[in-house]
Design a protein around this ligand. Structure first.
Ligand SMILES: NC(=O)c1ccc[n+]([C@@H]2O[C@H](COP(=O)([O-])OP(=O)(O)OC[C@H]3O[C@@H](n4cnc5c(N)ncnc54)[C@H](OP(=O)(O)O)[C@@H]3O)[C@@H](O)[C@H]2O)c1
Length: 270
């Protein structure tokens, strides 16, 4: 079993994050859950004895450093952080007025970019600063949940795909910057999983994809594969760079194979 013991999951009130919390708790790990919805956090605390709670809105960039400070003060043994928070908004740049479904309002664009990209990148800085002090040479994990859609985009989700693609590149660069530290920087690329992520627009997306609703993977099954994936280490002893199966695995391998040699010329390891 992977060595890390105390896991902060950012975005753990539903879907993949909640299931990660449940499966790691069942394996005897110390789990700290966070998210905006306090009622969900309270339910998890009631159901999972000993679980820690941190109410956090990753969009609140001003508050994030203080909240991460508080997390590490309250739970100094944190050795793994999984940045899972994300939202998905169907946006249509052909919509010509604000009352049309998917009109890309500035508020929606900003919310999606801040949640899926700016928040995680600010959070990364805060977590690294803590790991530097709390675990200067002991292994730690900083994982980001991106998406297969960051590499294989879908037309209805322009900002979602852009943010996940950007977060994908961010993890690559962060891993290269941190290569001489004990921090494993890992990208988790889910396929389509049945969660609350797309409840607001699943039917509309199915309609636009020709009427066929894609079959999502069960969250339990998917998360079990992530837990297994986070136990795989590479030659350098760090956790594998990409936790992915199926379409996202095929996409990431094709990308590494095609772009890897050119990236090497820039001293970037994919
Ligand atoms: N399901 C899929 O098919 C799929 C595929 C590829 C990638 N992903 C990615 O997987 C991750 C988890 O998504 P999911 O499918 O499990 O969807 P979900 O059930 O909607 O869960 C999203 C989680 O993110 C949290 N979150 C959203 N905005 C937040 C904010 N501002 N601050 C803090 N937490 C926030 C939510 O908590 P609160 O609402 O309580 O804040 C919730 O816990 C996302 O990054 C998503 O993009 C999912």
């Amino acid at each position: 079993m992977t060595a890390f013991q105390t896991i902060l999951i950012v975005g753990a009130t539903s879907g993949i994050g909640e299931e990660l919390a449940r499966q790691y708790h069942a394996r005897g790990k110390n789990v700290i859950v966070s998210g905006r919805r306090t009622a969900r956090l309270d339910t998890l605390a009631a159901q999972l004895p000993g679980v820690g709670i941190i109410q956090m809105d990753i969009q609140d960039l001003g508050a994030l450093p203080r909240q991460i400070d508080e997390a590490f003060i309250t739970f100094p043994a944190i050795d793994a952080v999984i940045v899972n928070a994300g939202i998905q908004i169907l946006l249509d740049y052909t919509a010509d007025n604000a009352s049309t479904i998917g009109y890309p309002t500035t508020a929606d664009i900003t919310k999606e970019i801040t949640t899926n990209l700016t928040g995680p990148t600010v959070l990364a800085r805060c977590v690294i600063e803590h790991f530097r002090v709390s675990r200067p040479s002991q292994a730690s994990l900083l994982a980001f949940v991106t998406s297969g859609l960051g590499l294989v985009p879908v037309t209805m989700l322009p900002i979602y795909c852009a943010t996940k693609s950007a977060l994908h590149y961010f993890t690559v660069i962060l891993r290269n910057q941190l290569k001489n530290t004990a921090i494993s920087v890992v990208e988790i690329l889910p396929p389509y999983v049945k969660t609350e992520l797309d409840v607001a627009h699943a039917d509309e997306m199915a309609k636009r994809l020709g009427g066929k609703k894609p079959q999502g993977m069960s969250v339990k099954e998917y998360v079990a594969s992530v837990v297994r994936g986070l136990e795989v280490t590479e030659m350098d002893g760090k956790i594998q760079k990409y936790v992915a199966e199926g379409m996202p695995r095929a996409a990431v391998e094709a990308w590494v194979q095609a772009v890897g040699p050119m990236a090497q010329m820039l001293h970037t390891d994919l």
